[in-house]
Design a protein. Structure first.
Length: 275
């Protein structure tokens, strides 16, 4: 696949004048650092596939990850070319001949950034049951601790979600975005570009886990999803159906793992006594 990334240095953070007002009426002039809301239009074979509101970094990972987690491609082999313009507002994807596309009739993502999707692939593979994951509490706690020390944009602006991918070689790579869906897609795109085996990876998200987030991870073939937040009941049901190990409320000292038995019980694991 040919990648033509012409993006220059893009705006990620801006400063805006503000005022701090306390209950006694005292007013203090200030400046707030804010995430710049970037807009990206992605076309496939000349047709608009989706429009994204995002954070303007790791755009090629975002595009590739979104194509994959939405079932528009089955892997990098389906793509001939990815072009990103200098301003990062236009991405053009060329798929290999014979890959079908049709208007998207699914639900909009549970995301507050106004992302829109217009195309789908009717030949997209059905969700597959994931392989069993060998329990590794140390890796879960390592990812939870990594968020606290490495989410630079969030520390600066308090305006991003993070997603970390734990790769088969034990490396952890983090991505941030105003959208938790985008951050996850960036991590999945990185996995594909590095050729990492999905069954050897884990994903950690700082956002809550509704059913569409769980579906993305299942489609990506990653057997473990860890969240700092909580899942919905539908996400727990879907995870159980496809053998996704779903771990939530993950902090450096403990996490909750949802069992995949008939009644989907959950259990708390302590960082001090993983056993």
């Amino acid at each position: 696949m040919l990648i033509e990334d012409h993006t220059k240095e893009l705006t990620i953070v801006t400063e805006k004048a503000s005022k701090i007002i306390n209950p006694k009426g005292t007013i203090q002039d200030a400046k707030d650092r804010l995430i710049h809301e970037h807009f990206l239009e992605v076309s496939i074979n000349g047709y608009v596939a989706f429009r994204l509101s995002c954070t303007a970094e790791h755009l090629k990972e975002l595009v590739i990850g979104r194509l994959y987690t939405e079932g528009l491609i089955r892997g990098l082999d389906d793509m001939e070319r990815l072009f990103l313009c200098a301003k990062g507002n236009i991405a053009e994807v060329t798929l290999k001949e014979g890959i079908p596309l049709q208007p998207y009739d699914g639900n909009e993502p549970t995301c507050c950034t106004g992302n829109r999707q217009y195309l789908s692939n009717p030949a997209s593979k059905e969700l597959q049951r994931l392989p069993d994951w060998r329990e590794d509490p140390d890796a879960v706690f390592e990812m939870a601790g990594y968020f606290q020390k490495d989410s630079k944009l969030h520390r600066s602006t308090s305006g991003t979600h993070s997603c970390y991918i734990y790769l088969p070689d034990d490396a952890i790579v983090g991505f941030e975005d105003i959208s938790r869906h985008n951050a996850l897609d960036k991590a999945v795109g990185h996995m594909l570009l590095t050729g990492a085996a999905p069954e050897g990876c884990m994903l950690y998200t700082t956002g809550r886990v509704p059913v569409d987030m769980a579906e993305k991870v299942i489609r990506a073939g990653v057997p473990v999803l860890v969240s700092k937040s909580v899942p919905t009941d539908a996400a727990v049901d879907l995870a159980a159906k496809y053998n996704l190990t779903l771990i939530c409320k993950a902090w450096p000292d403990s996490y909750t793992e949802f069992e995949k038995g008939e009644h989907y019980a959950n259990r708390r694991v302590s960082g001090k006594d993983p056993g």
